[in-house]
Design a protein around this ligand. Structure first.
Ligand SMILES: Cc1ncc(COP(=O)(O)O)c(C=O)c1O
Length: 466
């Protein structure tokens, strides 16, 4: 039976003691309940969406609580720890950085910032690029949108719209810019009308236009999107840029390359910029260093975050030099962007991803897990709608047999059951399970976790009397 995360009622568990998993208490752990209750008393309800596991230590692909339980981590935090939790090289880099007694530099020149920026520019698929550092993914996504709006506004005062895709996620604070008080230099914000337009994402298993299956129809699909915009009176003359996750976090399925090509051709013709939000799908997660490689398309801007450090907060925007150079000195910066300690962690993280060949590991291990999980579709055809993935970016979409809608309750119940068996998941609240372990995970461990997921689903779908 599902545990309601809001309830905090300890449930008995069957003891687990495998090479990697150890469950020795009821879940939630009775001793953790007062701590979680105190947290809930002081932070907003919005923070209470995750299963009630008190994180104490996270190392590699293992997460431990203070009560003797240990989980195989399929979350990487929330798709952060690509190089693994507490990687020794990242820890060393952080220690060395703090020993230098330089803990904040704002936009004053620093060696640390230089090293990371040079590294990002060297890795960038965008020719002649520059890069800028922030802390959160949201800041990076906002920066990309700001740069596009500024560019569009330069062409024509009405060309400030941002096109995005339904279901996508880019962060939580566009309001920060809209709420800012200065007129100059933020006249391009256009407070009278926020100018955000959305079209359906080409989610082929659930085609927004009702086609039974993908049939090289990306170009037509993009035309359908344009027509839906045109029916709302929106043409390219009002659009400054498109922001998209090349492999969205909710579908873990790449935008079809023919759709991307049609979009790119339209963008080029109409002077519309393209920004990839790779905050979640970047840094090797999908089996490519940049997820955009799956689309065969070089964008104008790329936003990175999360797996860029596997640890402390660093985000970045990489983009064409002339775009990032639009803002004058002081106009595009962030107090803690490029913090020397965080930047040292990011640099060490990129070195670990390179040295340990984690992009290749993600592709290879991910392919094995995906193959194993795909059998679920045959085993439970009424409940499993799709199993998608690229690299270690995998999702299992569950549906209700009666109406075919996403089965939110079942998906979250499976995640809770897996936790009780020693596999750490997050609940998505959207009817799917997400499998995003550290890229460095031992292949046998992730296969064991996949088996636990399958057994959890089977248990929940098997009537108790059986
Ligand atoms: C695709 C994507 N963009 C932006 C963000 C926002 O990042 P942050 O929470 O670091 O602000 C997220 C976070 O989950 C994300 O997944």
């Amino acid at each position: 039976m599902a545990i309601d995360v809001s309830e905090l009622i300890p449930q008995q568990t069957t003891p687990v003691n495998s090479r990697w998993r150890r469950i020795v208490t009821p879940i939630p752990v009775p001793e953790s309940v007062p701590v979680i209750e105190r947290l809930r008393a002081v932070e907003p309800r919005s923070m209470g969406g995750m299963p009630p596991i008190l994180w104490h230590e996270a190392e590699g692909f293992l997460v431990r609580d203070p009560f003797g339980n240990q989980w195989i981590d399929l979350t990487s935090g929330i798709v952060v720890a690509n190089a693994g939790h507490s990687h020794p090289r990242i820890l060393d880099a952080i220690r060395q950085a703090t020993d230098r007694r330089l803990l904040a530099t704002y936009a004053f020149p620093s060696q640390a910032r230089l090293q990371l920026l040079e590294k990002l520019v060297a890795l960038s698929p965008i020719p002649d690029s520059k890069a800028i550092l922030f802390c959160s993914g949201t800041e990076a996504a906002e920066c990309a949108m700001t740069v596009m709006r500024r560019y569009g506004h330069h062409k024509h005062s009405d060309k400030t719209g941002i096109l995005s895709f339904a279901g996508s996620f880019h962060g939580r604070t566009l309001a920060a810019s809209l709420a800012g008080g200065t007129q100059q230099p933020s006249d391009w914000i256009d407070r009278a009308d926020v100018h955000h337009f959305q079209v359906p994402f080409p989610d082929c298993p659930r085609c927004p236009w009702g086609k039974p299956q993908y049939d090289q129809c990306g170009e037509t699909c993009f035309q359908n999107c344009l027509e839906s915009l045109s029916r709302r009176g929106i043409g390219p003359e009002r659009i400054a840029g498109v922001i998209l996750e090349p492999v969205p976090g909710w579908s873990t399925c790449a935008m079809p390359a023919d759709f991307a090509a049609a979009m790119a051709a339209w963008a080029k013709k109409n002077d519309v910029l393209i920004a990839f939000d790779e905050i979640q799908c970047g840094c090797g997660r999908t089996g490519k260093l940049f997820a955009g490689e799956h689309l065969n398309l070089v964008p104008d801007l790329i936003a990175l975050g999360k797996g860029l450090t596997s640890s402390l907060p660093v985000s970045a925007v990489i983009g064409r030099r002339e775009l990032l150079d639009q803002a004058v000195p002081g106009e595009m910066s962030s107090t803690h962007g490029g913090n020397p300690v965080c930047v040292a962690a990011a640099l060490a993280n990129l070195q670990v991803i390179e040295n340990e060949q984690l992009v290749k590991a993600s592709a290879q291990t991910g392919a094995r897990v995906l193959e194993s999980l795909r059998s679920l579709k045959n085993e439970f055809p009424d409940h499993v709608q799709a199993v998608n993935g690229l690299g270690l970016f995998i999702s299992i979409h569950l549906r209700r047999p009666d109406d075919g809608q996403p089965d939110v309750q079942l998906a979250d119940a499976v995640a809770q059951e897996a936790i009780r068996r020693g596999v750490l998941m997050f609940t998505t609240g959207r009817g799917y399970l997400k499998i995003t372990p550290p890229l460095s995970i031992d292949a046998d461990a992730v296969m064991e976790a996949a088996d636990v997921l399958k057994c959890s689903l089977l248990t929940l779908l098997t009537p108790i009397s059986a």
